[in-house]
Design a protein around this ligand. Structure first.
Ligand SMILES: Cc1cc2nc3c(=O)[nH]c(=O)nc-3n(C[C@H](O)[C@H](O)[C@H](O)COP(=O)(O)OP(=O)(O)OC[C@H]3O[C@@H](n4cnc5c(N)ncnc54)[C@H](O)[C@@H]3O)c2cc1C
Length: 409
């Protein structure tokens, strides 16, 4: 999704671009990006798609998040963030990854300056001073491309990273995210819930009832009793929870979440994702840059992974365009170091924020639970603190590139 989004940002710009993807289509079940997981797009990511001219294609398929409700099971602490207080129509938008993938592919297939080569695997990379060389494996046939810049957005197991011997800092959280879609007896009213429980954090994102392949129904007929679940569990518990039948699964979940959304009436297919933090270093070299999960893979607790990748996209696209307009080589080390320097603070902030949430809210130590509840309440009653939290969650903190400010490149 991150690589395809960069392609869309640079569509119809004065470059010839090749996008290489190992899988053929989004309808296949295999590409890791394009499964049924629901992605909470931050306000900032929606802004980037708007400035790229893609929001009109995406917006019919999204569900707006107008409130975020954060609570700690068994304790009194809670925080509520409201779009009205932040003076925006929505704090973020929920869309399934598969739907977003289809829209991005449709755009890439129809834009003139992009060759979308799929299915093909990058099998070798060589970075030379004057050009980089990419070797592709196309169904057993080898092909070579020469380019001024390689952008690797090949995910958490990035083979480009390995080919160039780039090291990673990794932490296994020993946790697994279980995802599914749920029906509830009460409407979600566009509220996203984040609930911290002794068995791990649990998020419920609002969704419309329309099938993912069709636009949301008009407001009057829209059913809002469908939510997307991300339930984090310690690895030791995951197999048992995945093995439960639907009724037992819903009962266990209901016990952890409570009745804010009434009864859970139905659960869809479940999938599980083991969770690790990965940080690559360095993320740029002459003629090469890593973006998205290949550069940083996060815990999904705060729904920030793709949003962080979208800010990589917006920043890199701007730096490429600025260098091109002054006839500067877009693969030169200085240009790419400027990119890395710009992104460093945002990467650090989001990784730090995500890690703190995982550590503080996955801990049963009683004094810590008191501290986190005081934290939740203080945030709820202190508007400046709440505004700061909202700004970070919405992807509007720090120095923003043009696309993230809603301006064209
Ligand atoms: C349960 C869960 C919930 C999440 N929820 C959110 C959320 O609400 N909000 C949010 O912002 N983020 C969320 N995320 C994170 C988000 O899903 C990821 O950050 C995002 O999908 C990363 O996209 P990517 O394009 O960088 O990498 P990937 O999705 O891994 O894509 C990499 C692509 O590279 C291709 N590829 C790999 N190797 C090669 C090769 N050698 N040659 C050619 N192609 C290759 C693959 O086929 C793939 O298409 C969530 C993650 C999980 C696990």
């Amino acid at each position: 999704m991150v690589g395809a989004s960069l392609g869309c940002a640079l569509g119809n710009k004065p470059f010839r671009i090749a996008i290489v993807e190992a899988h053929t289509n989004v309808t296949e079940n295999t590409p890791p990006s394009y499964d049924d997981r629901a992605i909470a797009l931050s306000y900032g990511s929606a802004q980037i798609f708007r400035a790229m001219g893609l929001w009109q294609d995406i917006s019919p398929y999204v569900t707006a998040i107008t409130k975020i409700h954060v609570s700690d099971r068994g304790h009194w602490g809670m925080t509520r963030i409201n779009s009205c207080d932040e003076k925006v129509e929505a704090l973020g938008y929920v869309i399934t990854a598969r739907t977003l993938g289809k829209i991005l592919y449709q755009y890439l297939d129809n834009v003139k300056n992009i060759d979308f080569i799929r299915p093909a695997r990058v099998s070798n990379l060589k970075l030379n001073t004057d050009a980089a060389k990419v070797t592709l494996d196309l169904d057993g046939q080898s092909q070579t491309l020469h380019t001024r810049l390689i952008v690797a957005a090949d995910g958490d197991r990035s083979s480009a990273r390995n080919m160039l011997g780039i090291t990673t800092k990794e932490h296994d959280y020993q946790q697994t995210a279980i995802i599914s879609n749920l029906s509830t007896s009460k409407p979600h009213n566009n509220v996203a819930y984040e609930r911290f429980t002794c068995s791990g954090p649990l998020a419920l994102l609002p969704m419309t009832a329309s099938p993912i392949t069709e636009p949301s129904l008009p407001d009057s007929s829209k059913s809002s009793n469908r939510c997307s679940l991300v339930w984090t569990q310690h690895n030791d518990n995951t197999d048992d929870i995945m093995a439960l039948d639907d009724a037992a699964f819903l009962k266990k979940l209901q016990h952890q979440f409570g009745t804010r959304l009434g009864r859970f009436t139905h659960v869809g297919k479940r999938a599980s994702y083991p969770l690790r933090l990965i940080e690559a270093k360095p993320q740029t070299q002459q003629r090469f840059v890593l973006i998205g999960n290949a550069a940083h893979t996060l815990h999904p607790i705060a729904g920030q992974g793709f949003n962080l990748g979208m800010r990589d996209v917006a920043t890199l696209a701007q730096i490429i365009m600025e260098n091109e307009s002054t006839a500067t080589d877009i693969g030169n080390t200085e240009a790419l170091s400027a990119y890395q320097l710009w992104r460093k603070q945002d990467h650090r902030r989001i990784i730090g924020f995500t890690n703190t949430l995982v550590r503080v809210f996955s801990n049963r130590f009683a004094p810590l639970s008191l501290v986190r509840n005081v934290g939740l309440i203080s945030t709820d009653i202190c508007p400046p603190l709440k505004h700061l939290l909202a700004k970070h969650s919405m992807g509007l903190a720090g120095k923003l590139p043009r696309l993230a400010r809603g301006l064209p490149l």
